[in-house]
Every structure is written in structure tokens, then in C-alpha cells.
Design a protein around this ligand. Structure first.
Ligand SMILES: C[S@@+](CC[C@H](N)C(=O)[O-])C[C@H]1O[C@@H](n2cnc3c(N)ncnc32)[C@H](O)[C@@H]1O
Length: 334
């Protein structure tokens, strides 16, 4: 998925730095926690190396994807995928609220793709409720649905707005595809606010990748949240935002960020803590250093990085196309 803050292209830098600081090597089987997991790429890369991975995110669509990547081992068979892809479209929640043909005033998907998405989402729930598929297959199908439908969205990149005219990639006929199966130990996935979860987990390495700025994930990915939950929410305004239901992150506000972060570090029961952040984030490097240094030995690694595509689409007035990506490291002593 093209996700704000995805660490897909920084995986080598993250693995190299974590190995350098901790001395861990692939196959050592340590407990690795990825508690702002997003698309789950970081946790999944450690599961592949034999780690027991603890994963968490406040968003439910992310929980769904991580249930598949971190806990899943079974996959749906091809005949079930064919059956789902052959369903006739249904005028369900997606069509009625996100497609222009229903006169809702929104244009996130073509009418046909919206109806196909509804038919598949309804069928997945029905199969699960009738005990025709296991919980693992349920999450495999939902994760596949979230990941696939995103490729047909008529947006510039996120769901903060839709485009007036249907763009080329959104015109193609929507097809459900499964995500690749991740081999490795079965981990544990949570869907909680990290500052509440932190008291309940412990391990070797804690990897932190919070939002860097004030853009809330609940607002930028609200359509995926609704498709994942399929809970008929009341939608508001031109873009059809759902109620954030306590999903507004304190890491997106300068007022709450520093105290929330310090609280997290203070309560973490992990020997090593790594924080990804960049040079344009709400918290500056000195503030991070000051907080982390209070709890043990601190070090910082950097890598230059190409900015997320949406930054160019939005009016953020930042020149240049590269940012500096930091990996702040703490060996916890207190
Ligand atoms: C920068 S993204 C993580 C990207 C991820 N590392 C990846 O590669 O896809 C930050 C994530 O933190 C989640 N988040 C924000 N505040 C949170 C909180 N208080 N507790 C748990 N998750 C939170 C967001 O939903 C988002 O998925």
C-alpha cells in the first residue's frame, strides 16, 4: 500500500541499524514489537527472520492487515477468490456513500467497483458468521480486500479528498487479490492506543514509528476504516468523514506529543528502543534526544529519504524532494 510514513523503502537501514546496536542477527528469535504498525512491513520483515512479533495500531484497517501478516499462516484457496471475484455487484454502503451514481456527491470509486466491493465485503462477513471460513481466512480475505481496493481509489493518494474525474487506475475493474503469505512464528496483534498497551507488553526490541506531523491517519484513511469495519457509520461533510471514535492520535499534536512520548518511553519494558522520525516532524531532534537520554544510553543514525508522494500534492510549501530520516536508539537502563 502507498501509505503515509511507510517504511518499506527504509527496511535495510532499519535492519542494519538495529543489528548494529543490539548485536542481534537473523534467526536469533528475539521479541520484536512494532507498535505503530501501519501496513505491517517492519513487523513482517522481522517475523520472516524468525522473531516473535508483537504488533499494534490504533486503526482497525491496520489491525486487519497485521492480523494477516503477523498472526496468519493459512491462506484462502484460489477457488474462493474466484467465487468472490465473480459475484454480481450490490448497492451496499460503499456504493451508496462513496460512488457518484448513488447521488451521494462523492466519487471515491467507480459505481461498478463500489458495488463489487460491497458484494465481496458482505459475502466475507456472511461466510465467517456461518462458520464456513476460519478466523484466519476471514482476516486473510479482509486484508486482501483493503489492500486491493486501495489500488482502485479515485484519490490523489489519501482519502482526505476524491478527484472530480475518474483517474485511469480507478477505471479498471476491481479484483480482489490476496497479500503474499508471511512465513515465521505466529505473533500477537493489538488494536489499541499505544500508551495504554505499553503497560501490558514486554520484549527485546521496541520499534516506534509514530505519525511525524499533524495529519491524522483516521482522517486520511477513513474510507478503508469503514470498509474494514463495515459498521454503517454516519458520515459527515463533502468527503464523508466518519466519527474518529477516539482514534485521534496525540502524536499528531504539538501540545500533547512530548508528554505522550515521554510517558511511552518511561513505561516501556524493552531493553532496546528505536524511534523513526524525520527532520520535518513536530518534535525536533534535540527534544527527542533530551527525553530518550533520561532513560539510558542514546545514539542517533541518519539516512536521506525521498518524501512521500502526497506531500507534493498537498499545499505544504516544502522545497526539495528529500528529507533526512532519523533512527533514534536507546539502550534502556531506567
Ligand atoms: C508512520 S505510520 C507507521 C507506518 C508503518 N511503520 C509502515 O511502514 O507502514 C504511523 C501509524 O501509527 C498509528 N498511530 C497513531 N497514533 C497511534 C497511537 N496513539 N496508538 C497506536 N497507533 C497509533 C497510525 O494509525 C499509523 O498507522
Amino acid at each position: 500500500m502507498n501509505y503515509i510514513g511507510s517504511k518499506y523503502s527504509l527496511l535495510d537501514f532499519i535492519h542494519k541499524t538495529i543489528s548494529e546496536v543490539t548485536g542481534y542477527a537473523s534467526g536469533d528469535g528475539f521479541i520484536f514489537a512494532d507498535l505503530f504498525a501501519g501496513t505491517g512491513v517492519v513487523g513482517a520483515s522481522y517475523r520472516k527472520e524468525g522473531c516473535y512479533v508483537i504488533s499494534n495500531d490504533i486503526q482497525y484497517y491496520s489491525y486487519v492487515i497485521n492480523k494477516y501478516c503477523i498472526e496468519g499462516s493459512e491462506n484462502a484457496n484460489a477457488s474462493l477468490i474466484n467465487e468472490l471475484n465473480s459475484l454480481s455487484g450490490t448497492e451496499g454502503f460503499v456504493y451508496k456513500n462513496y460512488c457518484a451514481g448513488s447521488n451521494c456527491g462523492r466519487n471515491y470509486f467507480t459505481d461498478e467497483n463500489g458495488k463489487r466491493c460491497d458484494a465481496i465485503r458482505i459475502k466475507i462477513e456472511e461466510l465467517y458468521n456461518q462458520n464456513k471460513i476460519s478466523e484466519e481466512i476471514y482476516f486473510a480475505l479482509l486484508a486482501g480486500l483493503i489492500n486491493s481496493i486501495d489500488k482502485y481509489a479515485n484519490t490523489a493518494s489519501v482519502y482526505g479528498a476524491f478527484l472530480k474525474h475518474i483517474k485511469k487506475s480507478a477505471q479498471k475493474q476491481f479484483k480482489l487479490e490476496l497479500l503474499p503469505r508471511i512465513e515465521g512464528p505466529k505473533g500477537k496483534v493489538y488494536n489499541e492506543d499505544i500508551n495504554e498497551l505499553i503497560a501490558k507488553v514486554h520484549g527485546d526490541v521496541l520499534y516506534l514509528d509514530p505519525p511525524y506531523n499533524s495529519r491524522q491517519y483516521c482522517a486520511n484513511y477513513h474510507v478503508l476504516e469503514t470498509i474494514a469495519r463495515y459498521d454503517n457509520p454516519v458520515l459527515k461533510g463533502k468527503t464523508g468523514l466518519r466519527d474518529s471514535n477516539g482514534q485521534k492520535s496525540k502524536y499528531c499534536s504539538k501540545r500533547t506529543l512530548a508528554s505522550e512520548f515521554e510517558n511511552l518511553i518511561a513505561n516501556a519494558k524493552f531493553k532496546y528502543i528505536f524511534l523513526s522520525y524525520n527532520n520535518e516532524g513536530l518534535m525536533d531532534i534535540d527534544a527527542i534526544k533530551k527525553i530518550m537520554s533520561k532513560y539510558g544510553a542514546y545514539k542517533c543514525f541518519t539516512q536521506s529519504y525521498k518524501r512521500f508522494k502526497a506531500d507534493k500534492d498537498e499545499n505544504r510549501n516544502i522545497s526539495g524532494s528529500e528529507t533526512v530520516e532519523y533512527l533514534h536508539c536507546l539502550i534502556k537502563e531506567r
